[in-house]
Design a protein around this ligand. Structure first.
Ligand code: BG6
Length: 477
């Protein structure tokens, strides 16, 4: 027995995203989305950064989102397994192009709306609270072709229409919402975060921050609509979090670390506090960036801030101003961090830092004084199915155990946390690499990187471990 205590009603569960789980990428009227254009292999990184030649899938490439783990057809079986583990919440995302196949259609696609009705009914029937992300790395491809995606103000109102449509439809079923998944991803992988495809000569920074402004206004409009349509719902933002450590106590390094964090806080400062921070204004000036805003934007941002801060935490980051030290960038990190000599790394080069989780949670709470929701955390690792049809994933258990313990410490520090939905409770496609081999699940899915496999589900050792954690409300840890 541990002395860890979690409040009654704490939302234990897991988190997935439509494009990484559902498959059925053109089923029942769904339109093509940006993620459907991400193949596995070398090309993927380039496209994610916004260098894409064609907005249709290439012959001969493998696109993992097209089938994913076929959650679209198998969600009942999967939800039964989540219920067996005792999940209180499942975070899913709605695929925008299932509801509005082109993004700017006059009316929504009823088959798409019905799919999520059925999915939410199944969750509710099993006592699982749906937690819904409105946009998780997907933009209908037509919006990229016709308007240049989020660089265009037009997207703000198309998104608002989409958000209002789903709020009205699911108002009796969904009480937890989030606007944009890892909104700060836009600055790192612009095609993933905002469907931005660049042409030669584009001022990328200018386009990214203009797109960011559009997403921030769209997010505020979604918060406004959610509060009006579902008064008893909570709607949050979502940050790819992980504090940055200075490599030394040289003030130059310390300042650099702060600047690094501010690149991400920029978004949440606006979503949670309602205005552009002074450091952002300086940044725009120093970089000759001019962000076009409409007159009403200031009031919209100010009056419609989020109810809670959703965030993902996988690792901390580290930075330096010393060019020699800067050479040691960790291989797998989307956010470009240097290696921290005190910490171990995952098989994909992601730093493992449980204490950093407590630190990050404290930092977010100190800054925003709003409830936090840990909506992603976990270890991507290679798993081997044993002859007994299970996986002995002790490494994953160890990672999760240490992180949950640090989350409990943060709560003892006074941080208010609503729930914990670990990433990929069932193996799904990796967002960064497109692999199936990078697994996070408590449930193994028989499918490989090339798309072979029966798609059968098997319970890993961690399945029973997490079940116990939930059953005992963290006491068993
Ligand atoms: C987050 C995303 O960046 O990290 C998820 O919100 C993603 O979509 C997760 O899957 C883990 O990253 P990866 O690349 O290991 O799948």
């Amino acid at each position: 027995m541990s002395n860890l205590s979690f409040p009654k009603g704490f939302l234990w569960g897991g988190a997935i995203a439509a494009n990484q789980a559902e498959g059925a990428y053109l089923a029942n009227g769904k339109g093509l989305t940006t993620v459907d254009l991400l193949p596995t292999g070398e090309k993927r990184w380039d496209i994610m950064k916004g260098n894409i030649d064609s907005l249709s899938p290439f012959e001969g490439e493998f696109y993992p989102s097209h089938e994913a783990i076929d959650f679209y057809h198998r969600y009942k079986e999967d939800i039964a397994l989540f219920a067996e583990m005792g999940f209180k919440a499942l975070r899913v995302s709605i695929a925008w192009a299932r509801i509005f196949p082109n993004g700017d259609d006059k009316s929504p696609n009823e088959a798409g709306l019905q799919f999520y009705d059925d999915l939410f009914n199944e969750l509710v029937k099993n006592g699982i609270q749906p937690v819904v992300t409105i946009a998780h790395f997907d933009v209908p491809v037509h919006l990229v072709e016709a308007y240049g995606s989020w660089r265009n103000r037009k997207l703000v109102h198309l998104f608002e229409t989409y958000a209002k449509t789903i709020f009205k439809r699911y108002k009796d079923k969904v009480k937890y919402w989030m606007t944009f998944n890892e909104i700060n991803m836009l600055l790192h992988l612009p095609f993933v975060g905002a469907g931005l495809a660049f042409k030669e000569g584009d001022n990328k920074k200018q386009i990214q921050y203009q797109a960011a402004h559009h997403q921030l206004v769209a997010s505020a409009l979604a918060v406004k609509a959610c509060h009006e349509i579902i008064p008893n719902a909570k709607i949050g933002c979502m940050l790819a979090a992980g504090s940055t450590y200075p490599y030394t106590c040289n003030p130059e390094d310390v300042f650099e670390a702060m600047e690094n964090d501010r690149e991400s806080f920029f978004f949440i400062d606006i979503q949670a506090r309602g205005e552009y921070p002074g450091y952002a204004k300086r940044f725009f000036k120093d970089h000759n960036l001019t962000i076009e805003m409409e007159q009403e934007d200031e009031a919209l941002l100010k009056n419609h801030t989020v109810d809670y801060i959703g965030f993902s935490y996988y690792s901390s980051r580290a930075t330096s101003t010393d060019p020699e030290v800067l050479k040691n960038i960790t291989s797998g990190n989307v956010f470009g961090s240097i290696e921290n000599p005190y910490l171990e790394k995952s098989e994909w080069g992601w730093t493992i830092d449980p204490k950093g989780f407590r630190l990050t949670a404290n930092q977010l709470y100190d800054r925003y004084q709003k409830p936090l929701f840990v909506v992603e955390n976990g270890l991507g690792a290679v798993d081997e199915l044993t002859p007994e049809w299970t996986v002995n994933d002790d490494c994953r258990i160890d990672y999760l155990k240490k992180h949950i313990a640090q989350m409990a410490e943060a709560m003892k520090d006074g941080v208010e946390i609503i729930g914990y939905t670990s990433w990929g409770p069932i193996d799904i496609v990796s967002a960064s690499t497109g692999e199936m081999k990078k697994r996070y699940g408590y449930i193994y899915v028989d499918k490989d990187n090339e798309g072979n496999g029966s798609l059968k589900r098997y319970k890993k050792k961690s399945f029973y471990w997490y079940k116990k954690v939930i059953e005992t409300n963290g006491e068993s840890l």
